[in-house]
Ligand binder design. Structure first.
Ligand SMILES: NC(=O)c1ccc[n+]([C@@H]2O[C@H](COP(=O)([O-])OP(=O)(O)OC[C@H]3O[C@@H](n4cnc5c(N)ncnc54)[C@H](OP(=O)(O)O)[C@@H]3O)[C@@H](O)[C@H]2O)c1
Length: 330
């Protein structure tokens, strides 16, 4: 059983609670919030023996916690992950785990030094359907793909009214690429590897960060296009093109159906079985790797995360998306 603490009482932390209930093997031990009342209100929903904190230091020093689930704004993930790892805790940090690749590299070596595991909660890449697609493609020659995730943000009205929600703030590492583009980027790296060249055209208008955009990932023999948006929703499916036909996915952020249409027009459905909660499969993977002390599997996920963040960094530079703190990284 992994006893974990929740860092930040955002709505996604409640989703994590549902996911670990489905996954099994986890127990909530403590909750941290900047406000003790919020920590208590969160804890009250899940049991009576859950410690609450408004001191980050005391929370991270709680000896009963094996793992910290971090659901703070993007711009605080690095700092929060570092503090948790320094205390020898395993970490699951929400995506995007870092704003700059060197931050992930430094967390990776800190985790190794402390004998702790650090995971980026890139939920979609842990879906069984993603492995199913990999297996299906393994003998096919990939020619290209169009992968997309665009969803109108519930925080758009606030942005348009002159407020600056964290998810659109350059200070907190916001924008479409960081928030939603990371999902197609993750599966692109998982399925096709690290691209040789990348470019990103972003719609920024009057804002510092991207509200939408299109990235091209160039491979030696294929071209993968990524569409992402927070100012509109796209209902188009994603597609992968091979020498034998086209694989059509209803989505790449939560795959529910995949079908292959060959060059003669014959269709085959892949046997996708979606989990009952979209974060459950990542929670299961993390628990299994931690419980089995499977360092090889952990390194594989950590290296994939590094590749994704190196690509995101290049994409941001291509579209001049600059976050607070980027200068120190150069
Ligand atoms: N995996 C998924 O499907 C999924 C879905 C949505 C979001 N996410 C990720 O989850 C993370 C949180 O997203 P969100 O939209 O909930 O972010 P958010 O509203 O900006 O903040 C999340 C929480 O962090 C704390 N917080 C807010 N501002 C802070 C500040 N200035 N300093 C310190 N703490 C602060 C708050 O918790 P307290 O008030 O308790 O301190 C807040 O509830 C993001 O990284 C996002 O990408 C993942």
């Amino acid at each position: 059983m992994i006893t974990f603490g929740i860092l930040a009482t955002s709505p996604i932390a409640h989703e994590w609670m549902k996911a670990v209930t489905v996954a099994g093997g986890y127990k909530l031990g403590a909750v941290y919030s900047r406000s003790l009342e919020k920590a208590q209100a969160f804890a009250d929903q899940y049991g009576s023996e859950i410690e609450t904190y408004d001191s980050l230091e005391s929370f991270l020093a709680d000896p009963k916690l094996d793992l910290i689930y971090i659901a703070s704004p993007n711009g605080l993930h690095f700092q929060h992950s570092r503090l948790a790892l320094e205390g020898g805790k395993h970490v699951v940090v929400e995506k995007p785990a870092v704003l700059r690749p060197f931050e992930w590299a430094s967390l990776f070596s800190l985790a190794k030094e402390k004998g702790a595991m650090l995971f980026e909660a890139a939920r979609n890449v842990h879906e069984k359907a993603v492995t199913l697609v990999s297996d299906f493609l393994k003998d096919q020659e990939i020619l290209g793909a169009n992968l997309r995730y665009g969803k109108y943000s519930s925080k758009m009205p606030a942005l348009l009214a002159g407020e600056l929600p964290n998810v659109f703030s350059a200070k907190f590492g916001g924008g479409a690429l960081m928030d939603l583009g990371i999902y197609p980027l993750y599966v692109a790296h998982y399925w096709f590897g690290k691209p040789d060249q990348v470019s990103y055209q972003a719609q920024k208008w009057d804002w510092d960060v991207d509200l939408a955009g299109q990235a091209n990932l160039v491979y030696p023999r294929s071209l993968v296009t990524i569409q992402t948006a927070k100012n509109y929703t796209t209902y188009l499916p994603s597609e992968i093109y091979t020498r034998q036909g086209t694989l059509i996915l209803d989505s790449v952020e939560e795959i529910k159906s995949v079908r292959f249409r060959d060059l003669a027009g014959e269709e085959e459905m892949l046997p996708v079985q979606a989990a009952s909660h979209q974060m459950a499969e990542e929670a299961m993977d993390f628990a299994q790797i931690i419980e089995n002390e499977d360092w090889l599997a952990w390194e594989k996920w950590a290296e994939l995360a590094l590749d994704v963040h190196e690509t995101i960094w290049k994409l941001r530079q291509a579209a001049a998306i600059v976050f607070e703190g980027d200068k120190d990284a150069e």
